[in-house]
Every structure is written in C-alpha cells, then in structure tokens.
Design a protein around this ligand. Structure first.
Ligand SMILES: Nc1ncnc2c1ncn2[C@@H]1O[C@H](COP(=O)(O)OP(=O)(O)OP(=O)(O)O)[C@@H](O)[C@H]1O
Ligand SMILES: [Mg+2]
Length: 286
C-alpha cells in the first residue's frame, strides 16, 4: 500500500522533473529543504515609496544532513530567504518545501537562530532553552533533562542557573542555538548567528556548532558574510548576487572532516574562498 506521504514525495519528485531546482554539484538526494523559483517583493514602506524586490527566482535543494552556507552582499535578501524557508513570510512567487511539502507557517521541524540571541532576561539559561518545550506542553522533568543535555552539548556546563545578564555575547548565542535545537528540528536555519562576536569567540563557537551538528545530524543552512567561515564549516556554499538576490554559484567544499582551525590557513581553503569571492564580485578577481 502507498502512504499519502509517499504520494506527496512522489508528486514532489514529479514537480522536480518538470522544474528542477539548480542541482547540487555532486547530485543525489534525498532533498530535505528546497527553494523553488522563489521571488519576493516587499510593498512600499511609505506612501510614495517604491516596492523593493529582494529575491528573484531563487531555486536550490539541500540534501539531508548536509551543512550549507549562504553568502552574499549585504541587503541581497539572505534574511528574507531564511524567513521564507522558516515559514515566517510568504514569498510573492515560488515556494519553500520541507520534504516535498510546502512551508506555509513556522513549524517545529525547522529551527531558526538570529544574529541577536533575544533571550528572556528574567529566565535562567535552562528555562530560556526549555521555553519551546514549555509552550508545547512537555512535562517539567523532561524539559529540564533535555535542556541540561543541550547545555553541556553547546559548552555551557555550569551555567544552567545563570541569567542572560551574566552571559557574554558568545554564551548568549550558545543559549539561542540550544533553544533552537531543543525541539529536535530536522533543519536548522542560522542567520549570521556569530556576527556580533569577536573573531576568536566566533571561531570557537563555529567549531562547537560543527561538533553539535556531527552529533545530532541536522541539516544546517547558515547565512554568513564571512567567506572563510563558510568554507571552514560547509559542505557546499550557495553564493547570492546583489539585490535582487539570485543564486549565482554553488561551490562544493571538499575539505575533509573533522574541520580544524588550521584549515583556515590552508591553500585549499584559500582556493575555494577565492572561487566564492569571484562569484560574488566577478571582475574584481582575475
Ligand atoms: N520588512 C521589510 N520591508 C521592506 N523592505 C524590506 C524588509 N525587510 C528587508 N527589506 C529590504 O529587502 C532587501 C533585502 O533585505 P534582507 O534583510 O533580506 O537582506 P540581507 O541579505 O539579509 O542583508 P544583510 O546582509 O545586511 O543582513 C533590502 O533592500 C531591505 O531593505
Ligand atoms: Mg540579513
């Protein structure tokens, strides 16, 4: 017997056959997250203002369990794209798909982390992390156990009872990442989560993120301005043009795992970073 889920997946494959997303260079599936011909135009913010086209015909597909980075110039529509993929805004055209099903509203299977941690100052680290479970009606003992396991996983052991005012920026972002992970999302969308941090904290936190990813196996889509960081972390880099954002290149990253900070200074990382830079600003690099 064929389940309705299989039928949906099959239908999605058929849709793909007629309008394929830009394939990843190494091919293969299964896709967990897809952007299908997404365009987005914001209406004029003021009475005599003009509409702003943020995205134009963005298509790509992300394989389960991979780490994909999205880089592009400021204002090219990266956050808009992430919000569409997370179901927070509906695109003007096209659609986001999670396992072949349209994403039309926020859902627990997709976690989102922003540039700012946005913690609740009156709640402890443990209670901030457990908040999504509290909203979902999960019993207190299970909430605490799952929060405590994540506190250790993101490197915050000993800080479960601390309050946000007692944390550094890097620690607060660790809490935000743990809060997104506690619902066990299949896909984690990260919108420049390290942007406000100093370079050393940023490096340490990004390697910790890789460790958590290796242990839990989510699919990650990370927006970053930092090309070296994208190469260090990702399996593949999607490069966006200036606004309206389009995907102008898929750059595979064949560096071995586990990744190490020494790789930041390797010739291979430099070569891949050069490819990404050239795709963002053709002509600038010979
Ligand atoms: N709510 C909104 N209403 C109107 N225009 C918006 C809105 N949000 C973003 N924009 C516009 O859409 C374009 C893309 O914005 P977006 O925030 O997605 O870019 P970004 O790539 O994330 O930029 P950055 O790298 O600086 O974070 C910008 O020109 C911005 O002014
Ligand atoms: Mg942004």
């Amino acid at each position: 017997m064929t389940s309705s889920r299989e039928l949906t997946l099959r239908a999605s494959r058929l849709r793909r056959a007629s309008a394929p997303p830009v394939p990843t260079p190494d091919g293969g599936g299964p896709w967990v997250l897809e952007a299908q011909a997404i365009s987005h135009t914001y209406p004029p913010a003021r009475r005599h203002g003009s509409p702003v086209q943020a995205l134009e015909d963005v298509s790509f597909a992300v394989r389960r369990g991979t780490f994909v980075a999205l880089v592009g110039p400021s204002g090219c529509g990266k956050s808009t794209l992430l919000r569409i993929l997370a179901g927070l805004i509906r695109p003007t055209r096209g659609q986001a798909l999670l396992e072949g099903e349209p994403v039309t509203r926020p859902q627990r299977r997709i976690g989102l982390v922003f540039q700012q941690a946005n913690l609740m100052p009156w709640r402890s680290v443990r209670d901030n992390i457990a908040l999504p479970l509290e909203l979902a009606g999960v019993p207190a003992a299970e909430r605490a156990a799952r929060a405590d396991a994540l506190i250790t996983a993101v490197g915050l052991a000993g800080f479960a009872d601390a309050f946000p005012a007692e944390l550094s920026g890097g620690m607060a972002q660790r809490v935000a990442i743990a809060r997104a992970l506690i619902s066990r999302p299949e896909v984690l969308l990260l919108d420049e989560p390290f942007a406000a941090l100093d370079a050393l904290t940023r490096e340490r936190l990004s390697l910790d993120l890789l460790r958590v990813w290796a242990a839990h196996g989510q699919t990650i889509l990370l927006v970053t301005h930092n090309i070296s960081e994208a190469v260090l972390l990702a399996d593949e880099i999607l490069v966006m043009s200036a606004r309206p954002g389009r995907i102008v290149a898929h750059v595979p990253v064949a560096l071995p795992r586990p990744r190490t900070l020494e790789m930041l200074y390797s010739a291979e990382l430099g070569r891949i970073a050069g490819q990404v830079r050239a795709a963002i600003a053709p002509g600038l690099i010979p």
